[in-house]
Ligand binder design. Structure first.
Ligand code: GTQ
Length: 346
């Protein structure tokens, strides 16, 4: 493509006249905003090992009482976006949240969608619009946009979870805000709102505003689904399951998509190049995430991210056990906007 004229090619007086009228010449920036063939992401491949961040998170438990934090979170920030912008990618926010025994993170609701992937600890729970969602390691708990949520802890050990929010996108849209709430009365548990495996209300396809009946995906169910799939569909390209809204059959949230993947013993899986950035979090096992310039050796509770169109190969480092990886990506948003694409990883 033709190299284009720069700002410096223009007389200073002309540039000053443009600026006074809030005008900008396109051509010096055209190749930046429309790079040839692939986007030029700010998102860098990054690994956040859990054993390095955990002590600092526990220290935050000593340094900052929950009343002074509201949400005690260390944000997994991608330096490619500037740490202060608190983005893992252009769309995804990641945070490790700590709740200590007896603590309570008060009720609020906000426009960004959130999910929690539970990392360690027992007997904490999130209350989502009055439904109690117990937290056990590997569980996925949803708090879709506009739903009240608060976190409580009845156990004896610290509880930690990974928050995944579409905060960077919603903030960029100038649509991000929070409303404080009052302590919710628990009306039931998440199991009361779920219908049952493969069971949904009959006029489900005519419902005007589908709601989200499934707010908690138990890890034992997702793990079982992956193990069954490995046995029953041994030729499948990847052993992977997606967390959906059973009423719509589509992604469980509008913007970020969530799935879990099983790498069989010794398996090496090369993904196609995708137009979405991806987040990997190891639920169980050991994996190497191979991407341009980096081989991330990941063990349980480690989190990493890769930019759009990055070549990615996932390697199970266990010869005798499966490795389970939780994946978050931006494909639901990109598909809705007609922006999603894949290319072969040659
Ligand atoms: O738990 O509600 O990591 O509101 C960031 C913002 C968690 C939460 C975050 C939040 C929350």
């Amino acid at each position: 493509m033709e190299e284009l004229a720069t700002l410096e090619d223009l007389p200073q007086e002309y540039r000053d006249n443009l600026e006074k009228l809030n005008l900008v010449p396109l051509w010096p920036s055209l190749r930046d905003v429309l790079p040839p063939e692939t986007p030029q992401p700010k998102t860098k491949p990054i690994l956040w090992p859990y054993d390095t961040l955990r002590p600092l998170l526990m220290q935050a438990g000593d340094l900052t009482p929950i009343e002074k934090a509201e949400r005690r979170v260390l944000v997994l920030a991608n330096p490619g976006h500037g740490l202060e912008n608190m983005r893992a990618s252009s769309v995804m926010y990641l945070g490790m949240q700590l709740l200590l025994p007896g603590e309570w993170a008060p009720s609020h609701r906000h426009t960004p969608n959130a999910v929690r992937m539970i990392v360690e600890g027992n007997n904490a729970y999130t209350t989502v619009n009055g439904q109690k969602c117990p937290m056990e390691r590997g569980d996925l708990i949803l708090t879709p946009t506009g739903m009240w949520h608060e976190h409580s802890h009845e156990g004896t050990e610290p509880v930690v979870w990974l928050d995944v929010l579409d905060l960077p996108l919603v903030y960029f849209m100038e649509a991000s805000y929070v409303q404080p709430g009052v302590h919710q009365n628990i009306q039931g548990t998440s199991a009361d709102t779920a219908y049952g495996p493969g069971i949904v209300p009959t006029p489900v396809f005519t419902r005007q505003n589908p709601h989200n009946p499934l707010l908690r995906f138990a890890w034992k169910d997702a793990r079982k689904a992956l193990e069954n799939m490995a046995v029953n569909q041994p030729d499948a390209e990847s052993i992977q399951v997606t967390y959906i809204n059973p009423e719509t059959g589509t992604d469980c949230q509008n913007i970020i998509g969530f799935s879990s993947l099983m790498l069989r013993p010794n398996e090496t899986l090369t993904l196609p190049l995708r137009s979405s950035a991806m987040v990997f979090h190891v639920i169980e096992g050991q994996a190497q995430v191979q991407t341009t310039g980096n081989n991330f050796d990941m063990t349980q509770s480690d989190t990493s991210c890769v930019p759009c169109f990055a070549p990615v190969t996932l390697v199970n480092k266990n010869g005798d056990k499966p490795t389970f990886i939780f994946i978050a990506d931006e494909s639901p948003l990109q598909k809705k906007l007609g922006l999603y694409s894949e290319r072969p990883n040659k």
